[in-house]
Design a protein around this ligand. Structure first.
Ligand SMILES: NC(=O)c1ccc[n+]([C@@H]2O[C@H](COP(=O)([O-])OP(=O)(O)OC[C@H]3O[C@@H](n4cnc5c(N)ncnc54)[C@H](OP(=O)(O)O)[C@@H]3O)[C@@H](O)[C@H]2O)c1
Length: 250
């Protein structure tokens, strides 16, 4: 679906606690900064502490609410790591109002016939299984919010698989199934909203890896799509759940 036209009230995320995975780079980093500027307390999740600290400093520099750092390597995290994160969020924040799954791996661009199986397993784990586990352990905190919003970051190849996109395309198609099932399972028993967003092509390190010959200056910046994510995380979109939002053709 396309989003209706919207206007974001100033500070529309004030008082909300929002966890962003992949907040060290590209879209996730832009979202972390934009959510903080909109008043949210952002829980920065990523696998590289030094990069997390740089995003933390950037948020502090603009005078936005003090963020928190939640290191988690989605490729290697085990059950106790997820449980620990959920416990810390419960203790420190009590409530979680938003969860954005932006972290992902591109994997190989290769024919399925030759696709490296260990890479396949890693991409499916980081892009599909880990977001499900994280959602599972954080749902008790999301349910405590008056209007929590979960956003899975999708891709055009989720709906239209193209040759050589391998595990990445399969992982994004799987995320769409997770989004749809979770929405249907939760709709009648909770107010937690579940949506996915295809951000369209963006000038990020992942895009550069996928299209090394492309001139990055021809691509929209990650910052160009953050308003749509903020809208979906805010109360302004409280009626919107179970959707796949397509920003590529907005
Ligand atoms: N860029 C596009 O054109 C485009 C188009 C459609 C969809 N998307 C989607 O947009 C989202 C953001 O992608 P992007 O373009 O911003 O890519 P990016 O700049 O490469 O960012 C990917 C993020 O995922 C993190 N990550 C990777 N492996 C991880 C792991 N094992 N544990 C924790 N974090 C891990 C990276 O951490 P490090 O900083 O440590 O590497 C980085 O923060 C992805 O879901 C992608 O599929 C992007």
């Amino acid at each position: 679906m396309q989003l209706p036209s919207f206007t974001l009230p100033p500070d529309c995320l004030r008082g909300r606690n929002i966890l962003v995975t992949g907040s060290t780079s590209g879209l996730g980093r832009a979202l972390a900064l934009a959510c903080a500027k909109a008043g949210a307390t952002v829980i920065l999740s990523g696998r590289n502490l030094a990069k997390l600290e740089r995003v933390y400093d950037a948020i502090e520099q603009v005078g936005a609410p003090q963020p928190a750092i939640a290191p988690l390597d989605l490729a290697t995290a085990a059950a106790p790591d997820y449980d620990h994160l959920a416990q810390v969020i419960g203790t420190e924040f009590g409530v979680l109002d938003g969860l954005v799954h932006s972290a992902a791996l591109l994997g190989d661009r290769a024919p399925l016939e030759q696709y490296d199986v260990p890479t396949w397993c890693k991409v499916l784990h980081v892009n599909l299984t880990a977001p499900l586990i994280l959602t599972q352990v954080l749902l008790p905190h999301l349910r405590k919010s008056a209007s929590a919003s979960v956003l899975f970051v999708s891709s055009a190849v989720a709906q239209n698989p193209r040759p050589f996109w391998g595990a990445y395309a399969v992982s994004k198609a799987g995320l769409e199934s997770v989004r749809s099932m979770l929405y249907q399972e939760l709709a009648s028993v909770s107010t937690v909203r579940i949506n996915s967003v295809n951000p369209g092509r963006l000038r990020t390190p992942m895009r550069a890896a996928a299209y090394p010959g492309e001139d990055p200056n021809t691509l929209p910046s990650a910052e160009s799509v953050t308003d749509a994510f903020i809208y979906l995380l805010s109360d302004e979109a409280r009626a919107l759940s179970g959707q796949n939002v397509d920003l590529a053709h907005a």
